[in-house]
Every structure is written in C-alpha cells, then in structure tokens.
Write a protein that binds this ligand. Structure first.
Ligand code: NIG
Ligand code: FE
Length: 397
C-alpha cells in the first residue's frame, strides 16, 4: 500500500534524458518515491490519490547556486552602470560586493531571515524544493556565521531543503584593504575552521578572479577545506581565465560556476574529475558580459551542466529560476533537455546530493507540477509561472 499516488499527469523523470512518460503515475511511501511509471502498470493501491489534472510532473527543482541571504539592494549601482560604469569598476572603487557587506554586517539574523523569505517564496512558487545558499557578505567570522545560521533557519519557515556554502573568500573586507593575502590566510586558518566547528557549511566556495582571489589564495582555502573534509566549489573564470576550472578539478570539486572565460583544457579537466559546470546566464545578462561559456566544449568534454539563478543583489537580482531556463536556452543555446537536466539531476550533483533530482524509486519524493502542454514550455516563456503545485518528501505543500 502506497501513502499517496499522483495520477492523470505526464512525467519527466529526468532519469535518462527527459525520460518522458505520458499518462504516468508517481507513488510515494515514507517520503520517498516508491514507484514511478505508466499509470496502466501501477502495481498497488494508495491511501490517497491526487489528480494531477493533466499537469507535467518533474522532480522538484534544485537551485544550486544562490546568494539568497543578504541585506539591502544595489539599485543605485545599477543606475550608475546604465550610464556606462562597469561592474568591475564599481568593485574596484570599494562598492559592489562591499556595499552589500556593509548592509549585511549591520543586519540581525532575524532581519536576514525576514528579507530572504520573499525571495525564497518566489523560487518555491516556481517549483524549487532544494536551494543552495552562500555566505560571503559578512567577511568576518561572526557575520559569515550569522548569514549561514539565517540560511539554515529557512526550512523552519518553509518546506524546502537548504544546503549552505561558506564563501568567506568572496571579497577583501575594508579592514584588510591592501592585505588580500593576509585576509585569504585568515579565511583558511581561522574563519573556515570556526564555521566548520559550528557545522554551518556543507561546502566551501571562493571567488577566484582578477577582482577576487588568486589561484594560490584559492588553493590555500581549498587545502583548508580538504583538511576539514568539506567539499569545494568555485566562482571560476567569470570575468577572466584565472585557471579556476582546472583548479576545481584538481580538488575534485563538486562544481565550478560561471565559466564564461574557462579554457577547453580546464573544462576537460572538470569532466575527468566529475565536477559539474554551473551555468548562470542571468549574471552574464545582467552585467552584460560579452563572452559566454563554451557550451560546445562542455558537450565535447562530457561535462555535466547545471543551471542556477545566482540570485544576488549585484550581478543577478532575479527571483526566477524559470527565467534562467529561458536565458540558458536563448543566450547559451542549451537544448530543452540540457536546461531541464540543469535544474534537476545535474543541479543535485553540483551539491553532492544523490537522493534527489530525478523521479526514481528510492529517491526523495520532491515533485514540481506544471500546467504546460510540453516540457519545452518551461523554457519558452519569459515570465509567468505555470507551477501548479509542489511536493516535498511526499507531502503536497
Ligand atoms: O556570483 N562573482 C562573484 N559573486 C557574485 C556576485 C556578488 C555580488 O555582486 O554581490 C556572483 O556573480
Ligand atoms: Fe554567485
């Protein structure tokens, strides 16, 4: 006997490509998927039957790269950029990430939770059931910890899984101005061990770029993560090729993200290491980065591609993962199948989660239901929300 079964629906299992099953059924028991397949073959009864109303059911979406927790916004900088100042110039002046750091340091944990919830709600309304959240706007131990505690509190308010990444090496805080190396060392030797001791991070991230940290500084942070048995991921090769893709691969990283300037060699190294390429088309669009990730090289090398929002106040103030699907297809020329794998199976892999991301027996029963006529519609609309329901661990939310 199943706890619950969804009928009158089409499925994208994402288990083998899109894995389309027309007129399918999904059955849940104890929060897990107990059976999935054509309705005509459904093996047993269920305590409760849910009419899918002809919807398409996908695994609950995974947003594997966000900076959801922050204070304030950067609309003022956006206005300046409209008059020609670049994202990089603003960062070099001490604005950009550091202006969000000033506001985030001044916010209480409660205020961080309160301001994150509406942004989270927008993602959940589109079918997201798992989200990664980074620190990186505290840049001192207590403020970084506060951001991660705020992120960890979100599942107490909403039905969602939260995975956290420590991003202490995001920018050099004002008190370390001119002493970037000292700051990077402090992140590796003091901040990260303190964050890990409190169990606040599931992974360690860094910003390796010409306005971020050098390859050697990033490597020192990754060495520290390795000593603490924490997996790594990287903001890599976003504004310039600093060898971030290959560095991630050397550490067997979960993912390297952005990758607009990554070299084919770096991407091949990622494929060999099994690191996922997380594509963030909203950031490419919003900072008007002329160069796009080399998707052809990723395909040729066999790198798995994920797609995420990068939701943050500076380079991508979006609230929509569905819009990112459209941008991944339109800007980067991903296929519908690649884009949808990017927010399900491959996004779960980018977080090291093997218990979700596809409709397969034994995985968590996290589902997203959409009123669309075909999966391509999920990538086609530029705005609007066809999500008709979400299920988390077998329970409709
Ligand atoms: O993923 N590149 C570095 N970090 C963020 C942007 C952060 C910000 O501008 O506040 C990103 O694009
Ligand atoms: Fe980011």
């Amino acid at each position: 006997m199943f706890d619950r079964v969804w009928l009158n629906a089409n499925l994208c299992t994402m288990a083998d490509g899109l894995g389309v099953v027309r007129d399918g059924a999904v059955a849940a028991r104890d929060g897990r998927i107990a059976w999935v397949g054509p309705r005509a073959e459904l093996p047993g009864p269920a305590a409760e039957t849910v009419d899918g109303g002809g919807a398409w059911i996908l695994p609950g979406l995974v947003d594997c790269h966000t900076h959801l927790v922050f204070a304030g916004n950067r609309a003022g900088e956006f206005e300046r950029r409209l008059s020609g100042v670049t994202y990089e110039e603003i960062a070099r002046e001490g604005g950009g990430i550091l202006s969000t750091v000033r506001e985030t340091r001044a916010a209480t944990e409660e205020a961080l939770v309160e301001s994150a919830l509406p942004r989270l709600d927008a993602l959940l309304a589109e079918g997201v059931t798992t989200i990664e959240v980074k620190s990186g706007y505290g840049l001192e131990t207590e403020a970084e910890a506060r951001m991660l505690r705020a992120a960890r509190r979100l599942p107490g308010h909403r039905a969602v899984s939260v995975v956290t990444s420590f991003l202490g090496a995001h920018a050099v805080p004002p008190e370390y101005r001119g002493r970037q190396g000292d700051y990077a060392r402090m992140v590796a030797e003091e901040m990260l061990p303190a964050i890990a001791a409190e169990g606040l991070a599931d992974a360690v991230d860094a910003f390796c770029d010409r306005i971020g940290f050098t390859e050697a500084e990033t490597e020192a942070v990754f060495d520290a993560a390795r000593r603490l048995h924490l997996p790594v991921k990287l903001h890599a090769d976003q504004l310039s090729d600093t060898g971030g893709a290959a560095l991630t691969a050397r550490f067997g990283g979960l993912s390297a993200d952005h990758l607009e300037h990554a070299s084919p060699e770096g991407l091949a190294a990622m494929a060999a290491a099994g690191s996922v390429a997380v594509l963030l088309p909203g950031a490419t669009y919003f900072i008007r980065e002329p160069r796009h990730p080399d998707v052809a090289a990723m395909r040729a090398a066999g790198v798995r591609m994920a797609v995420a929002t990068d939701m943050n106040p500076g380079s991508c103030p979006t609230r929509s993962i569905l819009l990112m699907l459209n941008m991944a297809c339109t800007l980067y020329r991903l296929t519908v199948e690649e884009a949808l794998l990017g927010v399900t199976r491959h996004a779960a892999a980018a977080l090291g989660l093997s218990d979700r991301g596809a409709l397969l027996p034994g995985l968590r029963c996290d589902l997203a239901l959409y009123r669309v006529s075909a999966p391509a519609e999920l990538c086609y609309w530029m705005g609007g929300n066809p999500c008709a329901g979400r299920v988390v661990e077998g329970m409709p939310t």
